[in-house]
Ligand binder design. Structure first.
Ligand code: 5GP
Length: 198
């Protein structure tokens, strides 16, 4: 058996089968709602669980939405090279555990990361075959409405997230594809199609 990599492919992604998909976009655009719906429809899509120093929101559980860690533990994850990428976002740190992502890719399973723009750029550098998908709001006003309406963050945190969102929206051309979040069902179907699953 040959172990050669086909032309145009990289070891983590044989030609024509992009297996690592990165969904990014401004905070509040609805990334996690889209991902939750997609996983209901296709539970075989593996979603990486990130580590974060953010406090859990009501209803969030350790190991499900995130691995909630303190600053010291996060420092250790970085120092031990355990994160594929990490970024500071609105006062907290978030990172993708490397080992689990690589294990799923090695098994040929579709992997989805839901991360911020800085993280998406870092993944693109580390794994150029990754497919970067930008989730855009239908409009700026709608994004403000969604961020304000969540009601889980104090006003100064919302302000910080809106400032970040402004710069994130400008990064759209860096992505391989843009999906506009008009309907959760439509966007998750489009995302599955991009992942070549549906
Ligand atoms: P939230 O606090 O609303 O759950 O997430 C804030 C932002 O951090 C979102 O844009 C989310 O996509 C991003 N994020 C979540 N996990 C990661 C990660 O592992 N790495 C990076 N770079 N961003 C992440």
């Amino acid at each position: 058996m040959s172990t050669a990599v086909p032309p145009g492919a990289t070891p983590e992604s044989p030609a024509g089968t992009p297996r690592l998909t990165v969904l990014s976009g401004p905070s509040g655009v609805g990334k996690s709602t889209v991902v939750a719906h997609l996983r209901n429809v296709h539970p075989d899509v593996w979603l990486s669980v990130s580590a974060t120093t953010r406090r859990p929101r009501p209803g969030e559980a350790h190991g499900l939405e995130y691995f909630f860690v303190d600053d010291e533990e996060f420092d250790k994850l970085i120092a031990n090279g355990e994160l594929l990428e990490w970024a500071s976002f609105a006062g907290n740190r978030y990172g993708t555990p490397r080992k689990a992502v690589l294990a799923h890719l090695e098994r040929g399973e579709p992997v989805l990361l839901e991360i911020d723009l800085q993280g998406a750029r870092l993944v693109q550098q580390a794994m150029p075959s990754a497919r970067l998908v930008f989730l855009a709001p239908p409009s700026w006003d709608e994004l403000v409405r969604r961020l304000t309406g969540r009601g889980t963050e104090p006003p100064e945190v919302i302000e910080r997230r809106l400032a970040v969102a402004r710069t994130e929206l400008a990064a759209e051309p860096e992505f391989d594809a843009t999906l506009v979040n008009t309907s959760v069902e439509e966007v998750s179907a489009e995302l599955l199609a991009l992942m070549r699953i549906a």
